[in-house]
Design a protein around this ligand. Structure first.
Ligand SMILES: Nc1ncnc2c1ncn2[C@@H]1O[C@H](COP(=O)(O)OP(=O)(O)O)[C@@H](O)[C@H]1O
Ligand SMILES: [Mg+2]
Length: 148
């Protein structure tokens, strides 16, 4: 499924629709170039879960955890990780898909290191807007998508 969002608000709304449907154990893998809107989408997911307050980019912290929404949210960014072993040392390998719902920016840096059940979201810059492609690997994650 592909959706073109004309502006950042539309991309945020798309994230919110996913956040409203997010479930315990859900894994959302975000990819796309720097400035594409991965964090904007993740902020929408947080809003859809009812997370209050600011949701900054986790590039430097690796992960930010939000426990005030409908379900716990872990918003991670693996841009600065250099080796997949760091997913283990950071505790991600044992927590992703298990502990709350995870949204991971730059997940494509480490293909095949994520739970087999996930929703892959790719954001591409297209002119002024963004083209968002979704690929769910199972029916539970397909259920995260807003109706067309
Ligand atoms: N659909 C869109 N059209 C135009 N600009 C957008 C759109 N979505 C997001 N933006 C803008 O592009 C930037 C995306 O930044 P960010 O979400 O931090 O990207 P990333 O996390 O992928 O590096 C923001 O400045 C945002 O306002
Ligand atoms: Mg980002």
């Amino acid at each position: 499924m592909r959706i073109v969002t004309p502006d950042a608000d539309a991309l945020h709304s798309l994230g919110r629709a996913v956040g409203e449907r997010l479930f315990h154990g859900a894994v959302v893998l975000l990819d796309g170039p720097l400035g594409a809107g991965k964090t904007t989408f993740a902020q929408g997911v947080a809003a859809g879960l009812g997370v209050r307050g600011v949701v900054p980019s986790p590039t430097y912290a690796l992960v930010h955890e939000y426990d005030d929404g409908r379900i716990p949210l872990r918003h991670a960014d693996v841009y600065r990780m250099e080796h997949p072993d760091e997913l283990v040392s950071a505790g991600f390998a044992e927590r992703v898909g298990v502990d709350g719902a995870w949204v991971v920016e730059w997940a494509g840096r480490f293909p095949n290191r994520w739970p087999p059940g996930h929703l892959a979201v790719t954001v591409e810059i297209c002119g002024e807007g963004r083209e968002v492609a979704f690929r769910a690997t199972n029916s539970a994650h397909a259920g995260l998508l807003p109706p067309p």
